[in-house]
Design a protein around this ligand. Structure first.
Ligand code: CP3
Length: 346
């Protein structure tokens, strides 16, 4: 691997940043819709050749610098014994989660064996991917998976999840070891880096983030030093500071980098004192629903402060969105984003 993505991960100064987008393969794409008309979402995920075709389709359509495994982060819940269906619309889990059900979860080895399809999908993607492109794996953060297991969705106040900390502890003791196996399978399949997507983490107060879930996140990062990235939606610097990101006894948690949502000042994050690792982000995905003049202006405003930084200062920047591409996004807007960013730094 020698392309822009690998060089950004290695911390090399680059004129033009690598670009990939969360949810870059999906419903906004005509190519995806055509495949989806013939196969269920689960079949696309579980059949390595189809998963690879979807992941590669996004790279072919938009010339992204990396492919991301086409799969879903809820599969480990199914592997442990919850029933999961994607029949029509949003995923459905047969909640609610209880202590009794956690006790009935499958043993680690049985559960991990049910995730081997992700290694095979990753390997099938790697086999077809041009050498200069990167390959990204992903798992869900333990808290985000808990929220789905308890609430069935990530919506509303999350009161049940937040008021069930004993249940979270029991759940985390089972899911964290499984996530480690899941990550190992994806690395075995050829992932260059694995993202931990923690979409619900920002719903927690900073001290709760640090105390209740920080140690689980640190355990994942320490198991795979400099191979994992962490994306959380809605967190602030106070969350990251409270999480033992810089543990006085054990030293800094060895993340490869972080993904930031659009609330962050990206130029400031890139030039923060003591930054190590990549920073991915963070154009607001809602703005890609615009076309024409507004889109051009929005991209120009996003890029301007970053153009003000030297390639040295923005080492490790991986250009992307603050969250996933939204359904209904015009493909032309995604193409415009990629082209304008590249032209701005060429
Ligand atoms: O291109 C990529 O980013 C890779 C594939 C990917 C999917 N889901 C495909 C998908 C990834 C990385 C995910 C992660 C994911 N899945 C997250 C975390 C990141 C985020 O966006 O917040 C979460 C919370 C899920 C759980 C999930 N899966 C939800 C809430 C839904 C339905 C709602 C939605 O936005 O799609 C899914 C289904 C899903 N996952 C689809 C796709 C393309 C749609 C399935 C379909 O074709 O009907």
């Amino acid at each position: 691997m020698s392309g822009r993505f690998a060089r950004a991960l290695a911390g090399e100064p680059l004129a033009v940043p690598p670009i990939w987008l969360m949810r870059q393969a999906g419903r906004y794409q005509a190519r995806y819709q055509a495949l989806r008309a013939r196969h269920s979402f689960e079949a696309l995920c579980r059949t390595p050749e189809l998963s690879a075709e979807v992941a590669l389709g996004a790279v072919l359509d938009f010339d992204f610098d990396a492919a991301i495994l086409f799969s879903d982060l809820l599969f480990p819940l199914e592997a442990l014994g919850m029933r999961l269906s994607y029949d029509d619309g949003p995923p459905k889990l047969d909640g609610p989660l209880t202590l009794e059900r956690v006790r009935q979860f499958r043993p680690l080895e049985d559960a991990a064996a049910r995730l081997v399809f992700q290694r095979d999908a990753m390997a099938a993607t790697r086999a077809e991917l041009p050498r200069e492109k990167g390959l990204i794996g992903f798992v869900g953060g333990p808290w985000t998976l808990f929220v789905y297991a308890v609430e069935g969705t990530h919506a509303g106040a999350l009161a049940r999840a937040k008021s069930s900390l004993d249940l979270y502890r029991a759940f985390a003791d089972r899911i964290v070891p499984l996530l480690k196996e899941n990550i190992r399978l994806q690395l075995d399949g050829g992932a260059d880096v694995v993202m931990v997507f923690d979409t619900a983490a920002g719903e927690l107060a900073p001290d709760a983030f640090g105390r209740d879930i920080g140690p689980d996140l640190a355990a994942l990062a320490r198991a795979f030093p400099k191979q994992l990235g962490y994306y959380a939606k809605g967190v602030q610097a106070a969350h990251l500071a409270a999480s033992g990101w810089h543990d006085a006894r054990e030293g800094p948690v060895p993340w490869a980098g972080v993904g930031l949502d659009w609330h962050w000042d990206l130029a400031k994050a890139l030039t923060a004192n003591g930054r190590t690792g990549f920073v991915q982000g963070n154009f607001d995905p809602s703005r890609l629903l615009a076309t024409g003049r507004q889109l051009e202006d929005d991209i120009a405003r996003f890029v301007a402060p970053l153009r003000g930084l030297s390639p040295e200062a923005r080492r490790g920047w991986i250009c992307g969105l603050g969250h996933g591409v939204l359904p209904g996004t015009p493909e032309a807007s995604v193409r415009t984003f990629v082209n304008r960013v590249r032209e701005s730094f060429a």
